[in-house]
Design a protein around this ligand. Sequence first.
Ligand SMILES: [Zn+2]
Length: 497
Amino acid sequence: MPKSTPEEPSLAPELLAKYEPVIGLEVHVQLLTRTKIFCGCSTRFGDPPNTNVCPVCLGLPGTLPVLNKRAVEMAMRASLALNCTVHEHSRFARKNYFYPDLPKGYQISQYELPLATGGWLEVEVANAKKLIGITRLHLEEDAAKNLHEGFSQSATKAYIDYNRCGTPLSEIVSEPDLRTPEQAYAYLTTLRQILLYTGVSDCNMEEGSLRCDANVSVRLRGSKEFGTKVEVKNLNSFRFLQKALEYEIERHIAVLESGGRISQETRLWNQAESQTISMRSKEKAHDYRYFPEPDLLPVHVSAAWRDEVLRTLPELPEVKRARFVSTFGITPYDAEVLTNTQALADYFESVAKAGAPGKAAANWMQTELLRGLKESGKEIDASPVLPAALAELVKLVESAKITGAVAKKVFATMFESGRTAAEIVAAEGLGAQVGDSDIEQAALEIIAKEPGNVAKFRAGNEGVFKFFVGRVMKATRGQANPQAVNDILRKLLSETK
Ligand SMILES: [Zn+2]
């Protein structure tokens, strides 16, 4: 990661080692529902501003919210996938604050009785695994979006798009269990993968479907008490999260070391300047004057409903990785790459089920297939080579019908044309590797033509051997088994008098 500016404080390693960072993350994730949480307006992203609005989400007097059952279900899926307890009774509350992006003057959220609590997820950094506690997961509505740019009078006026107002969110709050920016990065990556696997959210950070705030403090290593924490907002990429935390940890240590005190506040990450900037003093819960939402009934989740949601959860990434390693004999690294997305994992499993050996399938996917997809800008679901077709190619190589070198060329043609390996091999006469007698004949002809080089080899010049291998491979159009060429050449060169 490039160091982007000179402003970053850079402390001596001894000072950094003296303190222990304590980090907790609050993640807001937009739930994948078609309609908003308390009205029937569409949640579609990118529609013209203020076209998906109604009296309810505009907060007009006399309107009443109606809870979207699908939003509760999505939040339950996330809760169960994160090992949380989904409570039989939870309740909505009003969080009062006055901003133009919140037309009612309050946000409907959950406070004292959240939907779910007490979960965890496992992160892995530098081969060390760690459980990170999840304090709570609750439901709430999103605010509207302030648009500060792109309009004729943007210099003097603020514009607001209420399309996003009332979009269903889950807020997922971690315990302050994270100790390094790398762990925070890993937590967010793992969380995002689980939310994608379960179909809870598209987790698109550019569109604001996944947003992250961090609470960070430092304390002397060995101390049990927490230091004063600061909330950092505006971390709208994984890279920003890590950089902001690195910056903030060093800032805290520098302030404490110079005898100063950290003030409890909210800061914003400013990417252009690579630093955090004070935004406001941190609100406390009483600033929001929370009280139970009188317009909505408490949420009741029966055991039957919870079990039904639990049954529909897919196999989660961690379990899938372990199964891939034990079932298909691939390495943990292969499994990590191949379970990156559900689609990639499904593809691999289909290739293996179509008869390709796991390790060979994993190798082909991680080299030729992923490279081809990347170069053509395609997603795995749009791969011109289907799993069964890749399996057929892998089997041709494994049964020594074609060489690895030929198979790569065949794959490239498959990727371009969508034809099968068998078709290409037959049409281009690539099939049936050259037999030993053909190799021997080609080798003898070349040896006869190169007495000088034969003499060099016999005099102990090993480098000349490669020259002979190259000539024989060329003579057999790259279709000979390289090991056979090596063996036969060595035998002939040593024998010939
Ligand atoms: Zn509406």
